[in-house]
Design a protein around this ligand. Structure first.
Ligand SMILES: Nc1ncnc2c1ncn2[C@@H]1O[C@H](COP(=O)(O)OP(=O)(O)OP(=O)(O)O)[C@@H](O)[C@H]1O
Length: 315
């Protein structure tokens, strides 16, 4: 059983599909990144997984539970941080965290959680007096206060400064180490490349590609290049026979290898076995940004073409 599984999710807004045929799953101790342009359908997908919006068709399971049918049990195991959270503006950070803690039978220590998101100096500050980034950090704390087993994070660190961002990344890495299943919607390639074990690219409401960052770069048809220098005469047969290697070029003391898979690891191991002393070893490979462009035809920073949609409220 997957910790979270969404199958064939579909959502229309006034007849126009916003999400079509979307399959996603996350395992315990795994971070899945969901990457897509503005308007690609990511938030709609997360809201359906959270049970905040009913899909027109398809199903969601959180630890085997249905977010609508088993609402009460799902609340105990699921943590959700959405892009815009309207919280009681007159309550302080401490009051809000303690209030949310009472919603759960088992939960986190409120003081530790406030420290973990870096709001220790703001404990007594009312929500309305917090900066946008501080409100964002508070919404992360509130998503985690029930010690959830599955967490949905939408635009986790948008608007945070680099230091706060690194702190929150550390927090998400600790969740993974504790066996929590994390779904992370993001616009930031750096965040996705650093944190995510697997990535699903959503484009125009559909899954365009899915895999580890390395697999996505590979599936976009990019080759990697490993280069190094060696003082000894180099026999290319050490590398030629490896399935990952597609080409070896020797230019004086410099050797360049092209190929796929985990090329750096494969080449390094073969060189050690072959007794070759290599220096200045470098790996060059396309980034997830390049893969996104190749797989969807447009860069991540472009917006989805806007189509007229009727308004619909959460239900
Ligand atoms: N409540 C709504 N009523 C009507 N149309 C909507 C509603 N919410 C979203 N849409 C439309 O559905 C599509 C998907 O929107 P969604 O918010 O899910 O995308 P997103 O990938 O999360 O975008 P962003 O990165 O900007 O948050 C967009 O075209 C959007 O305009």
């Amino acid at each position: 059983m997957h910790a979270m599984e969404a199958r064939k999710l579909r959502k229309l807004y006034r007849g126009t599909p916003a999400v079509e045929d979307v399959d996603l799953h996350v395992e315990e101790g795994e971070i899945l990144g969901v990457l897509g342009r503005n308007g690609a359908g990511k938030t709609t997908t997360v809201e359906m997984i959270a049970g905040l919006r009913r899909p027109d068709s398809g199903s969601v399971r959180i630890l085997g539970l249905d977010p609508h049918r088993d609402r009460r049990q799902v609340r105990e195991v699921l943590g959700v941080q959405l892009q815009s959270s309207a919280l009681h503006s007159a309550l302080t950070v401490d009051e809000l965290v303690r209030l949310y803690r009472t919603f759960y039978t088992h939960g986190a220590d409120p003081d530790e959680l406030v420290d973990a998101v870096g709001l220790e100096a703001k404990r007594g500050t009312r929500f309305e007096k917090l900066s946008g980034g501080q409100q964002q950090r508070l919404s992360i704390a509130l998503a985690l206060v029930g010690r959830p087993r599955v967490v949905l994070l939408d635009e986790l660190t948008t608007g945070l400064d680099p230091e706060a961002r690194r702190k929150i990344w550390g927090l998400v890495e600790r969740l993974r180490a504790d066996g929590v299943a994390v779904l992370l919607v993001s616009h930031l390639m750096e965040e996705v490349e650093r944190l995510c074990d697997r990535v699903t690219i959503i484009d125009r409401g559909r899954v365009a590609a899915e895999g580890t960052p390395t697999e996505l770069v590979g599936s976009a048809g990019f080759e990697q290049q490993v280069s190094f220098r060696t003082r000894e005469a180099f026999d290319t047969r050490v590398l030629d026979r490896l399935p990952e290697v597609t080409g070896v070029r020797v230019d004086g003391d410099r050797v360049e290898i092209t190929g796929g898979g985990d090329l750096l690891q494969t080449v390094s191991t073969a060189l050690v076995h072959g007794g070759v002393v290599a220096t200045e070893t470098r790996l060059q490979r396309a980034t997830l940004d390049d893969a996104f462009l190749a797989l969807t035809g447009r860069p991540l920073t472009e917006h989805e073409p806007t189509e007229p949609h009727g308004q619909e409220t959460l239900r």
